[in-house]
Design a protein around this ligand. Structure first.
Ligand SMILES: Cc1ncc(COP(=O)(O)O)c(C=O)c1O
Length: 387
């Protein structure tokens, strides 16, 4: 570990505050460091490994595709890409998919779609996109501009112009912005993940949808973190009874290989034409074969388990000593602690449980299929660390 840490600190750009753990291997929700110390993984690589690490079915799907053809460029048709797009559309009601490699790229595509849609219908000044304060949409200059947190903006000016921000829940403020500026779209996360695991209220989400319909703005739903079963539905918008025009996702879709997907509904499906957008690796057959395996296993039985495990975590932690509040949806949970969240995180790690933080909260994003006995052990450790 000492050697790896030294090398990393010398040669890898210092953009991450890494924990003092070097993960070497694992199985499912158990991961091990190089000294053989075992941890229960309550973070899933930040909502990526929805079926844990080294998951046999996913490894088999990926390696089978690796042995056939690992890449072909988007100049040719490949089966995993076409089948994954079909599955995503059939299971969401959206119509077409653009594949990329990350959440930020999925959002970039959504923003391009919204701008072209509005420009062609109402003119080029209709480029404004409204997002929420405290949101997180990615780290490229445009998705940073979409991110409604000044702290991320300060050092990188000028960002892409045309983004406006309103407080989550403030429907009147949202309407005012659409009246004061020529707009193209409204973009929201159903649960603000990086912002502290804060779900939107149904009234606000549904009100934003109604406003988008009234003004012919595209409703873009960022499901990069909430998607792919994490919320207890395949996509979190399905809890709210809204019909987005564009849904973006990444993270858990790939199960651990990079993939981003921008799902386009009725209005958005034909906005981008030949040459308007592209990606060398987007739709890569290996990533798509893995994603097809993941998606095929996020069925009603698994989603019911996600909801059951979520209810268990809420019931164990709400009102527990040292816990001020619990928020979230499905297996995306934020815990407001009396002690600083970083202190609780470190105590959990010492006791063999890997958690995350989001803003001032402890954050849990366990694998969707974490076995109940492991979940119980992890929750006992978290309770003790909070007290
Ligand atoms: C809601 C949301 N959107 C976008 C992103 C950016 O995704 P990526 O890091 O894959 O670019 C994230 C990452 O945490 C996210 O949570």
């Amino acid at each position: 570990m000492a050697k790896v840490r030294e090398l990393d600190e010398q040669y890898v750009a210092g953009t991450y505050g890494r924990f003092p753990v070097e993960l070497a291997s694992g199985q499912g929700s158990l991961v091990r460091d190089f000294d053989g110390k075992e941890y229960i993984d309550m973070g899933s690589g930040i909502a990526v490994t929805g079926f844990g690490v080294a998951d046999g079915a996913w490894v088999a799907a990926v390696t089978e595709q690796l042995g056939r053809i690992q890449h072909s460029s988007n100049l040719y048709y490949t089966e995993p890409c076409a089948r994954l797009a079909e599955q995503l559309c059939q299971r969401t009601g959206l119509k077409k998919v653009f594949f990329s490699n990350s959440g930020a790229e999925a959002n970039e595509c959504a923003i391009k779609v919204a701008r072209k849609y509005a420009m062609e219908r109402r003119g080029p000044e209709h480029y404004h996109i409204i997002t929420l304060r405290n949101s997180f949409h990615g780290r490229t200059l445009t998705t940073l501009a979409a991110t409604g947190q000044d702290a991320f903006h300060r050092l990188f000016q000028p960002l892409t112009p045309g983004f406006l921000h309103v407080e989550a829940g403030d429907l009147a403020g949202l309407r005012r912005l659409t009246e004061d500026y020529p707009c193209a779209a409204v973009m929201v996360e159903p649960v603000q993940g990086e912002g502290g695991v804060l779900p939107l209220s149904p009234e606000f989400f549904q009100g934003a949808e109604a406003l988008c319909r009234e003004k012919d703005l595209l409703l873009i739903v960022d499901e990069v973190q909430t998607g792919n079963g994490r919320s207890g539905q395949l996509y979190a918008f399905q809890h709210y009874g809204v019909s987005p025009d564009v849904v973006t996702t990444a993270k858990g879709l790939g199960g651990g290989l990079p993939i981003g997907a921008t799902l386009l509904g009725e209005k958005a499906q034909n906005v981008l034409g030949r040459g308007d957008h592209g990606s060398t690796f987007g739709g890569n057959p290996v990533a798509c074969a893995g994603a097809l395996n993941i998606l095929s296993r996020i069925d009603e039985a698994l989603l019911a388990q996600v909801r059951e495990k979520s209810a268990y975590i809420f019931s164990e932690l709400e009102g527990a000593p040292g816990v001020k509040g619990v928020s979230g949806l499905g297996l995306m949970i934020g815990i407001q602690t009396e002690k600083p969240a970083g202190e609780v995180l470190a105590a959990c790690r010492e006791a063999g449980v890997l958690c995350l933080t989001a803003k001032d909260r402890l954050r849990l994003l366990p694998a969707l299929n974490i076995p109940f006995p492991l979940l119980e052990r992890a929750v006992d450790v978290i309770r003790a660390a909070c007290a």
